[in-house]
Design a protein around this ligand. Sequence first.
Ligand code: AMP
Length: 308
Amino acid sequence: MIAERNSMASSNGATKPKRVAKVKIVSTIRDMQTVIERWRSNRKKIGFVPTMGALHEGHLSLIREARKTCDRVVVSVFVNPMQFGPQEDLEAYPHDLKKDTRLATSEKVDVLFVPTVDAMYPEGFATQVKGGAQYTQTMCGESRPDHFDGVTTVVAKLLGITRPHKAFFGQKDFQQALIVQRMVVDLNLGCEVEVLPTVRESDGLAKSSRNSYLSEEERRAAPALYQALKLAEGMLQVGERNPQDMLNAVTKRLRTESLIEIEYVTAKNANTLEDVNILAGRVLVAIAVQLGKARLIDNIVVDVPSGS
Ligand code: AMP
């Protein structure tokens, strides 16, 4: 007999649904710190995955890696108002804590940390962590000038609360991951930062909570981002070394979709986010567009052998 998943045989041989312990939900900072204190004194290796919730396969890939490499896994769900501009989608941002709880349970997350805005930013809160302008005021920082200060501030707080040995981020938000890596080194925050590949739909669209804003027609146009990035990758592979020629081709590909409004198409040094005169070394090709109500970003990193 093949045993059904989530069921077990009782003493009389009948199968009963097995109770899967629901993930522990912690909503106060004090309670989270108490749990962390206990794990740390028991020498548990703590993995941390910060999210804004509405969990999808992209988040789950980070959680699975944390589960694989750490003894205890904390996932935070916090839609951080500080990283949204006044005209942005803070109010509309999707949330579904019930589904997040179900997914966290099935991924064997130890704690889902869901603090309130008031707990994170109580009256009198006055400190911000700011990354260097070279990282935060380019690319997404041009249209969202305060965004990354909101990110570094909240991530510094979350790292201070959860004190992980390892924190997990996605390459989809490449600029964010780089800024966080820089912050962790610069401020000696003492955790390892792991950046994991972008998880995509079968047609190449990067998974994102914001994809739920897309109409059917917009959803059909959305894979153009990845196709444009693949075009850039192909050009690099066959020897294109002129950034402008490559970016023109990427732009042209995106323009075949009339619903897409390009915010930027850029090629940067993937280590420093500096502009490149020649496509060589570790090259980041990144795109941001507006598609209906959704602002979508995507990127690839290509190692271009020097001298080739
Ligand atoms: P968010 O909830 O959008 O703030 O994302 C939380 C974390 O999940 C960030 O480190 C993101 O980069 C990561 N993430 C989001 N989408 C993806 C994806 N499609 N593939 C891999 N990681 C992702």
